[in-house]
Design a protein around this ligand. Structure first.
Ligand code: IVH
Length: 680
């Protein structure tokens, strides 16, 4: 590589060098990716790419159509090493209006048993629209930076994080182990300039600052990240060898002293009124901040109370995000399509004339269900003043955060004369079975069960999803393809794929997108999932009302799959000891219990489950880390009034110690905690 000073290069020299760099880097790429035989070290490779980029930055007009800057050797998600977070990175619950914020405060008071007028302070700060990053410092040195990923496992982007000015490489006076968490973002001005540069260079431009920030941070080549103006706000933390402070507010001040950027609009509020006032002042300032925010985050200020409040499965109880109102736009409804889901639900989808809503082009939106289209709520009361929605109408579309866009309103003055009320189908558009509405259900469902192709495919997609079997290389796209070609009709078929087509990896490999390596990897990944935890199997079955949390609860209660099966068989009449045992699980209501028992009692369904489990070694349910806990594995019932904490807190604490908390005494109860006023 030439070592000439780039600022001294003539245009001619630069063009010549870019040409050579393109050839050298392409050859190195081929050696590495195609022949698995690298010819130069990673460091040398990075240096070549960095030099190429630096020359392009000085002579943008000389950038080649085959520029190495536009190519990465492999998908980033595979290229970055995975990092398991020492403390999970959570998301936030949402509040959408003032009443939700009041309820957030009330919920916390109820949980902690605090009177309405007892002091309870919160911090309020902007919710930055970027991507979260966890920075680990050991003895004052940044040793690791990881993206959030799925909250448990993120990607190692340390080299890239070190190129960000707001992220100090070393800190003084910090705890020996300190994980600082915050948001990486791009300012509006930097975003505009970057897009202008990209456009000039004929390279891809970004839809919004958040995408630009994410794309820039997740670059294989740290030199590219360095050339992108990223920023970082610190607002939270993960593992700490000693606490940063006693309150959220002083922890933020401490982070600022350590050299991190913290948001100046963070304010301590003594109650809901002040929180809402601060929300409005941030909302007013929104357009002038110079970076994107999408709401205000409230956090309980007292860290000891945060500790008592703890977490739900994916969100802390002590914080919430108060979102700004959704963004709106009007467009024409071109058609209504019906999608059939995993549980047979017929969901109407609006096909719209594409329109930009909050920076994103929207062409589909949900219409919820047939009552919604007809202008009624689930109790038959009018919504939108009773206006129905028709194909051809002008409709108002809105987006709130990342959720699916919705149709909110309709403009009757623009209704075409020939528009007719929408007839919701009573026949499944996918399989022709009757689609019926059960009493009290707002949703019309296909009665075709597993013989309905749409239901079968959706179930398979659910089965392989991340929280279920999570088979690497087998995603929605692949199961759809396999189903269409008759290779996989139900979950059990996944586990006989190799038996049936293995010899002929050939057959798989002749398909689009499959080679020797990916076919082998797939079979390997399937093999690995034969040993699988109870809760995942139950969740993967996709039984209506039985979500991830309920599956975990049920698995913990029964421990072994066979014990659970016996209980399902015993409960098939919706009565008796097994039925009562199921209902006594705190978190399993009658509706879920019925759905569960019915799924196991229905012959076609049951055979399909048994065919699947025959291929599996189902692991007994794990209990939480509870070394030495005397209540681990015990089923506990709290009854009567509790004096030192609320029922919710007692339940959460007992569960954290490995107990299973049950709502009523039954044959499986081990311990009863009886407070004053308990029955006999
Ligand atoms: S606190 C355990 N504070 O919002 C709570 N999050 O929707 C940790 N975010 O994943 C989050 N600004 O990426 C917190 N001031 C702020 C934030 C913030 C943006 C992001 C963060 C989080 C997501 C949740």
């Amino acid at each position: 590589m030439s070592d000439k000073d780039i600022s001294q290069l003539s245009e001619e020299d630069a063009a010549e060098e870019l040409k050579q760099l393109a050839a050298t880097i392409a050859a190195a790429n081929t050696a590495y990716h195609t022949h698995d035989a690298p010819e130069i070290s990673d460091a040398d490779f990075d240096a070549l790419k960095a030099r190429n980029l630096a020359i392009e930055a000085r002579f943008p007009e000389l950038k080649r159509s085959d520029s190495p800057s536009d190519h990465v050797g492999a998908a980033p998600s595979e290229a970055f090493a995975k990092i398991t977070h020492a403390v999970r990175m959570l998301s936030l619950s949402n509040a959408f209006d003032d009443a939700d914020v009041a309820e957030f405060d009330a919920r916390i008071r109820r949980y902690l048993g605090l009177a309405d007028d007892a002091p309870l302070a919160f911090t309020a700060e902007p919710k930055i629209d970027g991507l979260s990053l966890s920075l680990r410092y050991e003895e004052g040195k940044l040793v690791q930076a990881a993206t959030r990923g799925d909250g448990e496992v993120g990607e190692n982007v340390t080299a890239n994080a070190l190129t960000i000015d707001d992220i100090p490489a070393t800190v003084e006076g910090a705890p020996d182990v300190m994980e600082i968490r915050g948001e990486v973002y791009m300012s509006h001005a930097d975003f505009d300039a970057l897009n202008a540069r990209q456009a000039d260079a004929g390279a891809k431009t970004f839809a919004n600052p958040r995408n630009a920030a994410a794309g820039s941070l997740r670059q294989l080549d740290a030199a590219i990240t360095r050339s992108r103006p990223l920023r970082f706000f610190a607002y939270s933390w993960g593992e700490l060898s000693e606490p940063l402070a006693e309150t959220q507010m002083s922890a933020i001040e401490r982070m600022a002293h350590l050299g991190f950027q913290t948001n100046v609009r963070t304010q301590l509020c003594t109650g809901v009124t002040e929180m809402l006032d601060h929300y409005r002042s941030i909302e007013q300032a929104r357009a002038t901040l110079g970076y994107d925010i999408d709401g205000v985050v409230y956090k309980v200020d007292d860290l000891a109370l945060q500790g008592r409040l703890g977490f739900r499965s994916t969100t802390p109880r002590w914080a919430t995000a108060h979102k700004f109102p959704a963004e709106l736009a009007w467009t024409r409804l071109e058609a209504i399509d019906i999608q059939v889901g995993r549980t047979g639900a017929l969901s109407p989808v609006a096909r719209l004339t594409p329109i930009t809503v909050g920076g994103v082009v929207v062409s589909n939106a949900t219409l919820h269900n047939e009552d919604y289209i007809a202008g009624k709520d689930s109790k038959g009361q009018p919504i939108r003043d009773g206006k129905d929605i028709r194909v051809g109408d002008w409709v108002q579309v809105y987006r709130a955060g990342d959720v699916i866009p919705k149709v909110a309103d309709v403009d009757l003055s623009k209704r075409p004369e020939d528009a007719v009320p929408y007839q919701f189908p009573t026949i499944c558009p996918e399989c022709g079975s009757e689609a019926i509405r059960e009493e009290g259900d707002s949703v019309r469902r296909c009665t075709g069960g597993l013989s309905c192709p749409a239901q079968a495919v959706e179930r398979l997609k659910h089965f392989v999803s991340r929280a279920a079997f999570d088979i690497e290389g087998l995603g929605s796209k692949q199961v759809e393809q396999f189903y269409r070609d008759g290779w996989v009709a139900e979950p059990a078929d996944i586990f006989t794929l190799q038996e049936r087509y293995g010899e002929g990896i050939q057959q798989l490999k002749n398909r689009e997108g499959w080679g020797d390596k990916s076919a082998n990897n797939l079979f390997q990944a399937i093999e690995e999932k034969r040993n699988i935890p109870f809760a995942r199997v139950l969740f993967a079955l996709g039984i209506r009302h039985v979500g991830e949390q309920a599956s975990t609860l049920i698995a913990r209660t029964y421990g072994e799959w066979d014990a659970f099966l016996a209980a399902m068989d015993g409960a098939s009449e919706h009565a008796g000891e097994a039925w009562d045992g199921l209902l006594s699980i705190d978190g399993v209501g009658e509706v879920m219990a019925r759905s569960l028992v019915t799924a196991f009692a229905q012959p076609q369904e049951r055979q399909s489950i048994d065919r699947l489990t025959a291929h599996l070694a189902i692991e007994s349910a794990e209990r939480p880390e509870t070394d030495g806990s005397p209540v681990a594995g015990k089923t506990v019932v709290f009854t009567g009034s509790l004096e030192k904490m609320t029922r919710a807190e007692a339940k959460a604490r007992a569960e954290a110690m490995g107990a299973i908390v049950s709502g009523s005494v039954s044959a499986i109860t081990d311990l009863v905690v009886a407070g004053p006023g308990a029955g006999s």
